[in-house]
Design a protein around this ligand. Sequence first.
Ligand code: TRP
Length: 447
Amino acid sequence: MKAPRELWTSRVAFILAAAGSAVGLGNIWRFSYVVGENGGAAFLIIYLIVIAIIGYPMMVTEITLGRTTHKNPIGAFKALAPNTPWWIVGGLGVLAGFVILSFYSVVSGWSISYFFKTLGGTLAEGADFEGIFGEHISGAWGPILWHALFMLITLLIIGAGVVKGISRAVRILMPVLFVLLVVLALRSLTLPGAGEGIAFYLRPDFSDLTAQSILGAVGQAFFTLSLGMGAMITYGSYLSDNDDVADNGAWVVGLDTLIAIIAGFAIFPAVFALGFDPASGPGLAFITLPAVFAEMPAGLFFGGLFFLLLSIAALTSAISLLEVVVAWLVDEKNMSRKKAAVLIGVLIFILGIPASLSMGAAEINIGAWPFFDFLDFLQESILLPLGGLLIAVFAGHVWTAQKTRETANTNGGRIKIGVWYDVLIKYIVPIAIAVVMIFGLIDVFSG
Ligand code: TRP
């Protein structure tokens, strides 16, 4: 006999879990280097607009599809459009869960190891930060062991279940994360010379904006809000029919945005105060920040805190990625939750091994890409935008925008989804995603 499907025990449990999924490497590591590369404040404003007109409607859509069907993404589409190929959209999501988590876990492993490196004094003042980072990620055993540890923690939490595992973990981890981030932001804002960084982050110069940065804002919005692969369908599926969608979705989007904004206050004042380049790319968190911390009073302590925080944020995101795949096996294939968590956790760990090795220890390429970059390309340029596009088309045109909106408004709270939603989900959202996807692919293949 199969146990009845679990439900979140409270509204706060859902909000914390979904915000935990949204808040991750995307908010701190990815957000900071993307903002830094795109000139700061002007990009931030575009990003906030994209969050409002694309991010929020997609969030409402995914949560609604989950709450209505109480199913994993594949099951949800099968229930809403039986005997059609729409379940494939859910399948893309399950595949994306595999792909994203395999390299996400590798980066999370770097973060855990940097926590120890920082506290252990390896990243002290005068160290060769770039060299240490390069050496770390190109190591053979080290990064794989940290990746293994991170996947093990993730699968143990998921194996324990929605209430005992996910809920209990995020209830502790999310508040800790928030407090740590605020402490770091206060430290950064009070450094002598912080003002220039604050101006970079808050005083917009729209001549900095390019078409590319607008596309970057859409990509960042999807990744940071965990949209486009059914993670929010899955978390929404553990809501009861009496739970509201629009207010809960607003909480998740609001918390994710708040945390990204605070992360910017933790990072940019410090980067400028110590004379670093905010546009130094994906190395910003792992190369520049340790250097920043090393020059700060009590820097090793604050640096350790930062990587602890990054690891915690990554963990609450990773569990949502694994949950999508596990929910599919539990709902559709009648597998036990524990068995599914171990099986998928191990498979994702194995897929992460070549990703990790391709950072320098071994030459593992797919086409021109190291395996790691290939997985990243696959999720960023194909799986998430295609998934998001198809989810929007499904909700807007197949299930119909009116039906989705009315369903979202059933048992609603304060926020009423108005007809503006129909316009956004039918036209604006799919067109914007299609444009981003096409330009993104042209950009990649034109070198
Ligand atoms: N949103 C997370 C972050 O910002 C990553 C993440 C978790 C994710 N689940 C997802 C991204 C689902 C896309 C889809 O780091």
